[in-house]
Design a protein around this ligand. Structure first.
Ligand SMILES: [Zn+2]
Length: 475
């Protein structure tokens, strides 16, 4: 049985793992690479397998870095099944349709600019700069992909054929996110169990449940995004957010929260809902300026059975955890532009890493003002505008303009959708000494290596940090 690492190797994005059992070929995730130009170029590379020969794609969750290359598979002849939970299916549709639209818009903008500046000499030439900016897929490719989707619940074992059995468990990362357990019979008739962590959430997160612990495996492929970091506690983080909001309200200054449309946004709404409902904050004006986040929030409302007890209790009391007095949802771009004149308000907008979307306009209008507060609540990939701000750069380019960063930058790691080093170690200890090998993925190189050697000495099991397209024979 072969296991090949086709993404998220020594970086955080591009999750894609290929398994060939001899009689069944499948992927776990097929996500897009995100970050600087060099990294994103990888999205245009041919797959190191034949998409038409794949039997299935098991999708751990809806995020773009786990799902963003699935429509390309479909374009290239993939006709197998895509397997995930019901919220994953609904959310990934929103994510991918939005991505298709944005790519097309950016492409058209770039073409127009390229023509003016004479950048494009021969647009049809293979490998030209033009080729490398083509949209990866269209809205129609995304629609086609949904004919292949099969939904399964958490916790039930499914025999997909005579050699492969799988079970999804709750990964506690975003709504519907899964850990995958596979029991695979090799051609020699031996059974091996492989577990893919997907992205693991923080225990105690506000809406989703805690990640399930898995007790046994021969091989584990584990994420390590925050393998070097300890988050502040949830309560401390909540208080920090409250004090920022209070201070901004007193000063009459704006708070910008770049937020991932799925989970981060709903968690922030959930926190602010608590402040408002409990009258800790009054007359707060909050604008949710992300049509994608609004759509995702509607999906969240449809699946209360996936919530943890606290969130369900709120619902039962009749409090919609994602809505409160003072919250306005912004739809049109015109309405979004009108927010320019607002003072003393909170604006939640995408994209979460400030690589595009409406947040970029708000940054342009607010970043040079000393009393602006920018609050980062999620992971910022290397090379993104968000990462530069978090790293404290004093001058950044926004929409082509060099801007001085005078705003106060806050990073609230406690809102992360990923567990920290302690959480990851706790989860891996659940396997005891059973794994023959643990593969560390989905983390920057230094973090992968550091976390890997921690785990090796703590659990006394073999650890590997795969390289891109490295293949392992699992005996
Ligand atoms: Zn994720």
């Amino acid at each position: 049985m072969k296991l090949k690492f086709c993404g998220a190797t020594r970086i955080v994005t591009g999750s894609c793992f290929y398994i060939d059992t001899g009689s069944f070929k499948f992927l776990v995730d097929c996500g897009a690479f995100q970050g600087d130009d060099e990294t994103e170029k990888l999205n245009y590379e041919p797959f190191p397998f034949d998409p038409a020969q794949l039997d299935a794609v098991f999708l751990t969750h809806a995020h773009f870095d786990h799902s963003g290359r699935i429509p390309i598979l479909v374009k290239q002849g993939f006709k197998g099944r895509i397997i995930g939970t019901q919220p994953t299916r609904d959310l990934v549709k929103v994510v991918l349709l939005d991505a298709a639209k944005i790519q097309q818009e950016e492409y058209e903008r770039w073409q127009a600019r390229g023509k003016v500046e004479g950048e494009i000499k021969d647009p049809s030439a293979q490998g030209s700069a033009f080729e490398q900016r083509k949209p990866l897929f269209s809205e129609q490719d995304v629609e086609e992909m949904f004919n292949l989707f099969d939904i399964y619940p958490y916790g039930s074992s499914v025999n997909i054929n005579e050699s492969v059995e799988f079970r999804m468990r709750d990964a506690g990362h975003i709504l519907g996110s899964s850990i995958f357990e596979f029991w695979i019979k090799t051609l020699e008739g031996r059974e091996k169990k492989i577990v893919f962590s997907g992205d693991l959430g923080q225990p105690g997160a506000r809406i989703v449940k805690d990640p399930d612990l898995i007790r046994e495996a021969d091989y584990v492929v584990c994420e390590a995004t925050y393998g070097n970091r300890l988050h502040k506690s949830k309560d401390e983080t909540t208080l920090e957010l409250l004090s920022i909001l209070k201070q901004a309200q007193q000063e009459g200054s704006n708070v910008l929260i770049p937020s991932f449309a799925i989970e981060r946004t709903q968690e922030i709404l959930y926190e602010i809902n608590m402040f408002v409902e409990n009258k800790i904050l009054e007359n707060l004006e909050v604008y949710l300026d992300s049509p994608m986040a609004s759509k995702a929030t509607e999906i969240f409302k449809q699946y209360p059975t996936f919530y943890d007890d606290d969130a369900r209790r709120l619902l039962e009391k009749g409090d919609d955890p994602f809505h409160f007095k003072g919250l306005t949802t912004i739809d049109s771009a015109d309405e979004s532009r009108r927010l320019i004149n607002k003072k003393g308000v909170v604006i939640i907008a995408g994209s979460g890493m400030c690589t595009g979307g409406r947040i970029v306009h708000h940054i342009k209008n607010n970043i040079e003002k000393e009393n602006t507060h920018m609050v980062f609540v999620g992971y910022q990939v290397n090379g993104t505008l968000g990462r530069k701000l978090v790293d404290g750069e004093k001058e950044v380019r926004v929409m082509g303009y060099p801007l001085q960063v005078r705003a106060k930058i806050h990073t609230l790691g406690g809102f992360s959708a990923h567990g920290d080093q302690r959480d990851l170690r706790y989860w891996l200890r659940g396997f005891g000494h059973s794994p023959e090998k643990i593969f560390i993925v989905h983390a920057d190189e230094e973090i992968s290596i550091g976390f890997g050697s921690n785990i090796k000495s703590e659990l006394g099991v073999e650890v590997d940090i795969p390289k891109l397209n490295e293949e392992f024979e699992l005996k």
